[in-house]
Write a protein that binds this ligand. Structure first.
Ligand code: HEM
Length: 379
């Protein structure tokens, strides 16, 4: 998928809003209304894709238990309430001063150079460090943790599996230590959380850590990178933000809509059903395209206009319904602190056009760029 899939989405919404790809046996759904009705109906559109479609052999080889992302009710509801007990809005809000400190440390390193790569020099390390601190990973092991998370999201399969094993072993040990001597960190809180007399098993804990890394890090990196791309394309937005910093939260929502870090989700049908006048058989893969739903003219007036004060802005960038992103408040906070500090400390910000933008690997549903060099003046 290119860096500009939006004309293609538009033509699909106009001509084939619910489209069956016969070669890959996959339904693709492009309109907002259809995408949200899929996400609102987990009984018909299940998240248990692997469990329902994998062969017995593939199931035997699976190394991890499914995380909440890939579970349906009732198990999803139980695990999700365990997780939200530990991941409260207050836990997140309390991180503000620390996030600010980390951001400023990274900006201090580049401020005299007048140039930086937004991804490598800020947007990539920030969420990894925040998650590591939130979990309670000791500072001296932070680099190890960053190396694992880096390798796991790379598409280098063998290395990724090996890094996953090493990280699991490491996290198992930290979990054991916290079981004996709890601290004020997410691992200890997850160990303490209990719903209907049930706790998270070790396998469930490990899958959740993995989800935090994969679901939480690259997406937040891309949100910050995509915001800079949007601001570079719309310099008037930066001017407005400098004059009215309280518009920043709305601007971040508009980035989430306009360049959604997750472009598509996947579900599998549990029964025969119909969508947009098409009959869909049980056991078929269905992909709601969030990136297209978020540009749907039936939901958003002038959908291709980047408008930082757009209201209402009910985008689907964090999903919708029972699987709505648990990390939404955290990623919004990280983006607000990172972008707010850049606007406060940098004068004119310009993308370095000598480096053409390159999308992160095309196989991914994630949407962002590999590198984002900018130049700036100090204020
Ligand atoms: C779920 C997007 C950041 C943790 C989701 C879903 C989306 C999403 C679209 C729904 C998936 C589905 O319905 O199948 C994003 C975006 C982010 C972001 C765009 C950043 C801009 C984070 C962060 C964390 C996180 C920082 C944690 C630290 C989760 C979890 C779920 C989830 C645990 C599963 C919830 C469930 O299944 O009930 N996210 N996410 N996400 N996200 Fe995020």
């Amino acid at each position: 998928m290119s860096l500009d899939p939006f004309p293609w989405y538009r033509s699909m919404r106009e001509s084939q809003p619910v489209y069956f790809d016969t070669e890959n046996q996959f339904w693709h759904v492009f309109k907002y209304e259809d995408a949200s009705s899929i996400l609102n109906d987990p009984a018909t559109f299940s998240s248990e894709v692997f469990q329902r479609l994998a062969t017995e052999e593939e199931k035997k080889q699976a190394t991890a238990e499914p995380s909440i992302l890939n579970l349906d009710p009732p198990r999803h509801r139980q695990l999700r309430s365990l997780v939200t007990q530990a991941f409260t809005p207050r836990t997140v809000a309390n991180l503000t001063p620390r996030i600010s400190e980390i951001v400023n440390e990274y900006l201090d390193r580049v401020i005299d150079q007048g140039r930086m790569d937004i991804i490598a020099d800020l947007a990539y390390p920030l969420p990894v460090i925040v998650i590591a601190e939130l979990l309670g990973i000791p500072t001296q092991d932070r680099d190890l943790f960053k190396h694992w998370s880096d390798t796991i999201v790379s598409l280098r399969r063998e290395e990724a599996i090996q890094a996953g094993r090493e990280m699991n072993e490491y996290l198992k040990q930290v979990t054991e230590q916290r079981r004996k001597a709890p601290r004020d960190d997410l691992i200890s809180k997850l160990l303490a959380a209990e719903v209907e007399g049930q706790k998270l098993s070790e396998g469930e804990l490990l899958s959740f850590y993995g989800l935090l890394l994969v679901a939480g890090n690259e997406t937040t990196t891309n949100l910050i990178g995509n915001a800079i791309i949007c601001f570079d394309e719309h310099p008037e937005a930066i001017e407005r933000l400098r004059a009215q910093p309280d518009l920043l939260s709305g601007a971040i929502e508009e980035v989430l809509r306009y360049r959604s870090p997750v472009q598509r989700l996947v579900r599998v049908t549990t029964t025969d059903t119909t969508l947009g006048g098409h009959k869909i058989k049980a056991g078929q893969l269905v992909s709601p395209w969030l990136g297209s739903a978020n540009r749907d003219e039936a939901q958003f007036p002038n959908p291709d206009t980047f408008d930082i004060s757009r209201a209402p802005n009910r985008h689907l960038a964090f999903g919708h319904g029972i699987h709505f992103c648990v990390g939404a408040p955290l990623s919004r906070l990280e983006a607000r602190v990172a972008l707010g500090s850049m606007l406060a400390r940098f004068g004119e910000i310009k993308r370095d056009r000598a480096h053409p933008l390159e999308r992160i690997p095309a196989a991914s549903a994630f949407f962002g760029v590999q590198k984002l060099p900018i130049t700036f003046s100090a204020r």
